[in-house]
Design a protein around this ligand. Structure first.
Ligand code: EPZ
Length: 423
């Protein structure tokens, strides 16, 4: 397994291009199952999760081809004839469950393995099931698989999600596009990736209103046609790289960054004494001198502070002047980066869903281990600001969600390299 070696202590300067959003692409790709005609995505990120989704769609009989070194993905599911999403693929990536709604809507049945737990939590699918049942689906759990059918087709309904789940919103909206009649989904998730999905579905002929608000209304149509859609910028990659100069010092421009996608983070960075400004090319983040100020963070559904940036923010607050309290309200086990940061000298106390971070002057490089996607990048960020060498192992987690992280960071002056497992 590859590792990443970081030699800290150097401030950053230059520009980092922001790629298309992993979590948008992972819901846009299954949308191809809703139509017989080709769906093309541009500005697609080159990540192992996208390759896993490609593998899954091909296993269902869809044709998937890529151009421009993976930046353009063209899919066609006119010949898709297998409706079983196998455990071997689904267990690698929870987002595989996003083929459930589209398959059910197009073919009237689907068999999708439950993803099983992952490092950050149990991640059940009860909200997906109850929402699709409200549309008339019959869903039974057998041998670890959800067996879903809609013998008389799906019918529009009014349904309120108990929790504003991103995936449940995506599965339900995609299914509702081909249901008979009107669906009103209440307490829907408002994440930008859902807005991007709806824009793509509308380009395919779907009739949807309210995206980005808590109530999404879908008028079912008989069929959807093909489209070409640009994947929205990745707000989590953007936020991650905004924290690089905040931690290491210096000034970095994030090309393609949009302030509206990271407003909650920008507000916290401003509170901490980091300047964030819009530029013609995107966003610029600068940290002149002195320590950052401690700030408190609570993760919430969008537009609140994103859970996917909590680990990276903790890496910044580990050297803030003062004590910060981070409350993780979305996942039940998302502080696994804390013990690794403590190996670098961070002072963190975790009690349930709350982590209290008492800032120290500087972290010290150390060998640390990545446990999940966002934890792994928080350790790299911490290494940028630490003295000495930090080596992050198990970086396969990292490659799921960050394109060429060592190239992007070394381009702005970081001393970072990938150490291949085979020496
Ligand atoms: C999406 O996961 C993202 N993944 C996650 O990003 C992100 O952390 C999460 O939304 C929250 O923003 C993709 O978009 C591919 P949820 P999702 O359904 O849809 C509970 C990353 O690092 N829940 O909003 O799975 C669940 O256990 C990943 O890129 C139920 O209880 O998130 C969790 O505690 C990590 N029952 C909370 O809701 C359900 O049926 C949020 O889950 C579904 C979810």
């Amino acid at each position: 397994m590859d590792s990443i070696l970081v030699r800290g202590g150097r401030s950053l300067s230059g520009a980092i291009p922001i790629a298309g959003a992993k979590n948008a692409c992972l819901t846009l790709m299954p949308a191809t199952l809703l139509s017989e005609e080709p769906l093309t995505l541009t500005n697609a990120p080159r990540l192992s999760d996208i390759r896993t989704m490609t593998e899954l769609l091909r296993s269902l009989g869809a044709e998937v081809s890529t151009l421009q070194d993976g930046r353009v993905i063209t899919m066609s599911s006119h010949a898709a004839n297998n409706h079983i999403a196998d455990y071997e693929i689904v267990r690698k990536m929870r987002a595989s469950n996003l083929v459930l709604g589209p398959m059910l809507a197009r073919h009237g049945h689907a068999v999708v393995s439950l993803p099983g737990g992952c490092a950050i939590g149990a991640r059940p699918m009860d909200l997906h099931v109850t929402a699709l049942e409200a549309l008339g689906a019959e869903i039974e759990l057998r041998d670890g698989y959800l067996h879903a059918s809609a013998p008389n087709g799906l019918k529009g309904a009014v349904h309120e999600l108990r929790f504003a789940s991103v995936g449940a919103t995506e599965n339900t909206v995609m299914a509702a596009t081909l249901a008979k009649g009107t669906t009103v989904l209440k307490n829907a998730a408002r994440e930008p990736e859902i807005v991007d999905l709806v824009h793509c579905l509308k380009a395919m002929g779907a009739q949807i209103d309210g995206e980005g608000t808590s109530t999404i209304t879908v008028e079912g149509v008989d069929r959807l046609h093909g489209a070409t859609h640009p994947v929205v910028a990745d707000r989590i990659e953007l936020g991650t790289y905004m924290l690089a100069p905040a931690i290491a010092g210096g000034e970095v421009e994030l090309l393609g960054g949009r302030l509206d996608l990271v407003a909650a983070l920008a507000e916290k960075l401003d509170e901490a004494g980091i300047s964030v400004s819009e530029t013609p090319g995107g966003l610029s983040v600068a940290r002149r001198n002195g320590r950052v100020r401690a700030v408190d963070v609570v993760t919430e559904v969008y537009p609140g502070f994103p859970t996917d940036l909590q680990a990276q923010m903790m890496a910044l607050l580990a050297t803030a002047d003062g004590t910060s309290v981070l409350e993780e309200r979305i996942f039940e086990n998302r502080f696994m980066h804390a013990p690794e940061l403590m190996r670098m000298g961070a002072r963190i106390e975790v009690h349930g869903g709350t982590a209290t971070v008492t800032g120290v002057e500087r972290l010290k490089g150390a060998p640390v281990m990545a446990t999940d996607l966002r934890a792994s990048v928080s350790l790299i960020l911490a290494g940028l600001g630490a003295s000495g060498e930090t080596i992050v192992s198990r970086v396969y987690h990292l490659d799921r969600g960050y394109e060429r992280v060592e190239h992007k960071l070394s381009a702005v002056g970081a001393r970072i390299e990938r150490v291949r497992a085979d020496g």
